[in-house]
Write a protein that binds this ligand. Structure first.
Ligand code: F6R
Length: 253
């Protein structure tokens, strides 16, 4: 199977396609384990899942979730923490069992041990059935910044300067952006049974093209996805603009 790539006319169309993948697995395997991402890109995916829960009874009651990452130094109630993001955009609006929702604990005294425990927890839940990813303009997935090894696991990382700059749009000032996070590693992500990467907008075009058609290299951590058996890149036209023709992305109109 390898990498499949589908291009949609708009961000909303691409978001609905990702919501379809998540809805399908929730119906086929009600006790599925979902790997979830934050950031601007999946907001419409979560909004669509909430709508489906409200209007069609999409059921999260048996599902477990593991988020990719969390900032170090932000309490869960902080407006920019990923815990708060997930509560606002998904968990607080659907019938997921809160005891089965997980984010890395970045408040522990021993962050290294906390990261190791998260890795163990993901694996002891049976691994992730469907992992949702975004991609950074520098090719990061989770907070696995350029230079990350393929065998990396959940751990404490320093954020790249470009990530701090990019994420400063969510904060009053760049100085407020945390410098560290706990993130699942590349090997944690690659152990998911199915991976869906959503990328939209022109700013992602370079990273997407390198991930799909460039060499598999630490310089673009998303390129390690080429080594996975079941990855689906879901793109809008702008994010797909630089993908070479030989990649044969299918297009929907
Ligand atoms: C978020 C995450 C990151 C984002 C990436 C893109 O949990 O792990 O890798 O997916 O930084 O962010 P946006 O969607 O804001 O462009």
């Amino acid at each position: 199977m390898g990498i499949q790539c589908t291009v949609y006319p708009s961000h909303d169309d691409a978001s609905r396609a990702v919501a379809d993948c998540i809805s399908t697995i929730l119906r086929e395997k009600p006790t599925c384990v979902l790997g979830l991402a934050t950031g601007s890109t999946p907001l419409e995916v979560y909004a669509e899942l909430v709508r489906r829960h409200q209007h069609t009874g999409l059921d999260f009651a048996g599902a477990s979730t593991f988020n990719l990452d969390e900032y170090v130094g932000l309490p869960p109630e902080h407006p920019q923490s990923y815990a708060r993001y997930m509560n606002e955009h998904l968990f607080g609006q659907v019938n997921v069992d809160r005891d089965r929702t997980h984010l890395p604990n970045t408040r522990a005294d021993d962050l290294g041990q906390s990261a190791q425990q998260y890795e163990t927890l993901v694996r002891s839940a049976g691994g992730v059935d469907l992992q949702l990813l975004g991609i950074g303009t520098n090719g990061h997935i989770g907070f696995n910044e350029p230079g990350t090894a393929e065998d990396s696991v959940t751990r404490v990382v320093d954020l790249a300067a470009s990530t701090i700059r990019s994420n400063s749009r969510f904060f009053e000032d760049e100085s407020e952006v945390p410098r560290q996070a706990i993130t699942m590693g590349i090997s944690t992500i690659l152990s998911a049974r199915k991976i869906v990467l959503l990328a939209t907008g022109q700013s992602k075009a370079d990273a997407v093209s390198a991930a799909l058609s460039g060499p598999v290299t630490r310089d673009n951590p998303a390129s390690f996805l080429q080594n996975h058996a079941d990855v689906h890149f879901v793109l809008d036209e702008a994010a797909a603009a630089l993908v070479p023709g030989h990649c044969r992305c299918s297009r929907t109109t």
